[in-house]
Design a protein around this ligand. Sequence first.
Ligand code: 2M8
Length: 417
Amino acid sequence: ETLAPAADLSERDAAARAILIANDRGGYTVPTAGLYPYQWNWDSAFAALGFARFDLARAWEEIETLFSGQWDSGMVPHILFHKPDPGYFPGPDVWGCSGPIASSGITQPPVALSFATRLLAADPALGAARFAALYPKMRKWADWFLRWRRDEKGAVFVIHPWESGRDNAPDWDNAMDAIDPQDVGYYERRDTQHVDASMRPTKYDYDRYIWLVKRARALGWDDAAMAQDNPFRVADPTMHFTLMRGVRDLLAAGAAQGLDVDGLADQLAALEAGAQALFNPGMGFYDSYNCANGIWSNALTNASFLCWFGGLKAPEMGAHLARVLDAAPYGVPSLAPFDPRFDAMRYWRGPTWAMMNMMIGEGASEQGIALGEEVRARTREVIGKYGFVEYFDPMTGAAAGGKAFTWTAAVWLAWAG
Ligand code: 2M8
């Protein structure tokens, strides 16, 4: 397959910008109208990279708005409910949180730490003061992760599948099985009213997602209380490697800006050591495991390949990337196609995601792995052919999920296009 002619590309750039502008709700961007009508944490960080290509001040604003929802604990919520919208479930009434802005009570991969340093690099004169103002907040978020989201082996874990951002990945199956959600009560899903149910998590998953929210709410979203007998703790390469990258980037940028970097090098060293706990020796790749019983997911996912983005050399992962790219022509699948759990259209159990591809491709290229460029070319091809949708079938390229999607447009502008 050949790429679209160059003449079309500027049209695509314009279309990508138009999506960001259309999804702008004034200081923050929604992932897509309808399906996700609020500000999502890591979606916003990608949006900022896209805006940075044509409106750097607006890019900063995106991240500043995200941090305006930061809790006293340092946690930055995964959703900020700026304006009520009945089109999404679960909304603020279900979460019952009391941060500065109505929000969820869990976080998401902290790519905003890294991307803020990129906004600074794009124009240091424009960004220095804005970066300095965000810096203590960003450090506080990193401190919170180090304190509340590290297991005995030093790996970063999640307390809800939504926290990882890979909602229905096979990584959570073992821990989800141990949950009995029979007292979850009645609720009405909204997601399946926007996109076909075959592309979304199952009722089995949703019962447990909501059950976990209700449990944490009953504990007042208190970190210490939630840590006690937590039924869902899964060590997650998404969270570990994005945090590792974030701390590394904060250290470099903070030092260059003459800001207080005390303790950051120790945090980075701790995360580098903890990364080893995520290496599954039986499978020979980075993996997740259930902290309660040590059981590996044995899943080669797109998160496994974030090791390079995290800063590891990990040359042994190159052969695994070659294997999945051989099996799936349209980008890194969220689960290897040769895994029996693979489901080409079902969200985080098979489809390819442009923003994950960006972190994988960039990280690979930084570590001297030639396939990083191939990941970029394929991401460009699939977006070019099928549009700025939420995710794609990695075997056929078919468009899936929400349309006019912010992070797909942003990744086009910042990397793939
Ligand atoms: C998806 O997650 C939300 C819950 O947070 C959902 O399905 O309702 C995930 O793909 C997540 O990674 C993403 O941030 C969010 C918005 O795009 O949608």
